[in-house]
Design a protein around this ligand. Structure first.
Ligand SMILES: *Cc1c(COP(=O)(O)O)cnc(C)c1O
Length: 426
């Protein structure tokens, strides 16, 4: 098929994320990607401002990651994980346990972020079940969250942006507290813990766990909240015997300026989900980590096993690539401070514009929040002209570039963002 036919077939038969099958939107045909550049079939190159949704932290076509995956491929591409184990899975668990918050001791591998969240929710349920406290079977979260698209993960996503109404009231009902109001880097308003504390006091006997994204709420609104909220929430959960699940799928591996966002609040959750950047964005892979206490309690109780085991659990290619990705992060000392500084310097002037509600940057994330929903089509066309790739949603024009982006490439990306917004909203 020539490129015209490819695009026509794509439009007629291939579904893309969160789109209509009859969408008029034209996808761009990409031939390859290298470093921070996405190369189109026309030969045009776009600077990637999205890291393919938080994941490609070391850029595309990275020699070290390519080597890890091809070397592993010649050993074995896949192996069932029931009753068998292999070096990549064990070495990766070892590397992960060295860098995650201290209290986490067990690693459960799975195939995507949403599944890692399902696994976390099931762990929390089985933990209480094992102690004959089956009344503790509900979940609480905060508004504006995002935890994935499978059934139960979806039920703890923000009810409005997650479009709960589409599912005919079939999603299990969860508890939603207001999202934190105190923002990162500003003063903390102690009074916002009062309703949280009251809620936990009243409902703890029915609650299995509190699930939330630490510090940065991603796809539910790109909000950065105060670490003190997370620190106090952690203490309240301890006080009221409610497990804390940290969903680090977007924030993990250095994106927020710390290796894991929990470090901003110096807490260690009972259960933690990771995914997205775990393999440097090479493939779909995720993990749910838990404390010794959770693993032991589930294993000693009834039925004495944890009821989950995906076919591709611990896939050797994914494990080997993830291990190589962590080694790269270590070599570069997870440093994103220079990216944060450059994003702040470059984007802050946009906050003077009438159409802009807020500009905020944290780690390798830059967000320009508009006052009204953006016209995706118009923005995407202008991005093409500027030679950059962004994928805005709602009111949010945002970027989270690969960490390997050079100062010049980041300048070009920032200039592109400024030009796009100025051209459309001037
Ligand atoms: C992307 C994301 C998920 C879902 O991960 P998938 O791999 O897309 O299933 C869950 N939680 C958070 C915070 C995410 O950003």
């Amino acid at each position: 098929m020539d490129s015209k036919q490819i695009l026509a077939f794509d439009k007629a038969h291939v579904w893309h994320p969160y789109t209509s099958a009859t969408s008029e939107e034209d996808c761009l045909l990409v031939e390859k990607a290298e470093g921070v550049f996405i190369e189109l079939e026309s030969g045009e190159r776009l600077i990637d401002g999205m890291s393919s949704w938080w994941s490609v932290i070391h850029g595309y076509n990275h020699p070290a990651l390519n080597r890890a995956i091809t070397e592993q491929c010649s050993q074995m591409a896949h192996l069932m994980f029931g009753g068998l184990t292999h070096r990549p899975a064990v070495n990766l668990a070892n590397a992960l346990l060295e860098i995650v918050p201290k209290g986490l001791k067990y690693v459960f591998y799975s195939d995507s972020g949403s599944v890692a969240v399902e696994v976390a929710l099931k762990m929390a349920m089985q933990y209480w079940q094992s102690q004959h406290k089956s009344g503790k079977n509900q979940f609480v979260t905060i508004k504006n969250g995002y935890h994935g698209d499978t059934w139960h993960a979806m039920s703890v996503c923000d009810p409005v942006t997650g479009m709960h109404h589409i599912f005919n009231n079939r999603l299990s009902v969860q508890h939603f507290l207001s999202s934190p109001k105190s923002v990162y880097g500003k003063a903390f308003d102690q009074s916002e813990m009062v309703p949280v504390s009251e809620f936990l006091q009243e409902n703890h006997s029915h609650l299995a766990a509190f699930i939330l994204e630490p510090i940065v709420q991603g796809a539910g609104g790109m909000r950065f909240y105060h670490p003190e909220y997370l620190k106090q929430l952690y203490l309240l959960c301890k006080q009221f015997n409610v497990l804390l699940i940290a969903d680090e799928i977007a924030t993990g591996f250095g994106r927020t300026g710390k290796l894991f966002a929990c470090e901003h609040a110096e807490i260690s959750p009972d259960i933690m989900c990771i995914g997205k950047a775990l393999t440097g964005g090479y493939m779909s892979f995720a993990a749910t980590l838990c404390s010794d206490e959770i693993a032991q309690t589930i294993s000693k109780g009834e039925p004495g096993v944890f009821m989950h085991g995906p076919t591709f659990m611990g896939n050797p290619l994914a494990c080997a690539t993830a291990l190589a990705s962590i080694q790269l992060l270590k070599k570069n000392r997870y440093n994103t401070a220079h990216i944060e500084q450059q994003l702040k310097q470059g984007l802050s002037s946009l906050s003077n514009m009438e159409a802009v509600a807020d500009v905020r940057c944290l780690g390798a994330i830059g967000v320009v929040e508009m006052k009204e929903n953006v016209d995706m089509g118009a923005i995407q066309k202008e991005c093409m002209r500027q030679g950059i790739w962004l994928r805005p949603f709602g009111k949010l024009v945002y970027t989270m570039p690969p960490f390997i982006i050079s100062t010049d490439e980041l300048s070009a990306l920032i200039l592109g963002i400024r030009n796009v917004i100025r051209k459309i909203y001037a």
